[in-house]
Design a protein around this ligand. Structure first.
Ligand SMILES: [Zn+2]
Length: 113
């Protein structure tokens, strides 16, 4: 399961940071997740919960900030956002697009003490 591996990587990063900052608990982990990653947020949240059980991060909530696919049209220069996997500019119909958002998979920040 792809999502479980990602959850484990997130946990590793947070735990390293916990050590560095001398934190003993984590309550929330905020994650940026782009639509192009193909990661299922529900499966990721489930994997996170399962993988944190019994660790210092037990009970930490994974808050996922979903980022839609977006970027700039090379023809009309409009900034666009795509809600479906149809890669044409919503303003002018051009397929000459510069995709700038949607591939994020990173920890924004986390809360703990
Ligand atoms: Zn356009």
């Amino acid at each position: 399961m792809h999502e479980l591996r990602i959850a484990t990587e997130i946990i590793d990063i947070v735990q390293e940071e916990m050590t560095r900052r001398r934190l003993s608990t984590v309550t929330e982990v905020h994650l940026n997740l782009g639509a192009l990653t193909g990661v299922d947020p529900e499966a990721l949240a489930f994997g996170f919960e399962a993988a944190t059980a019994g660790t210092a991060m037990n009970g930490a909530a994974l808050k996922i900030n979903l980022i839609p696919v977006g970027g700039k049209c090379q023809l009309c220069k409009n900034d666009f956002e795509l809600n479906e996997y149809v890669f044409i500019c919503p303003m002018c119909g051009s397929s000459d697009l510069d995709i700038e958002r949607g591939e994020e998979l990173d920890i924004d920040y986390f809360l703990g003490d």
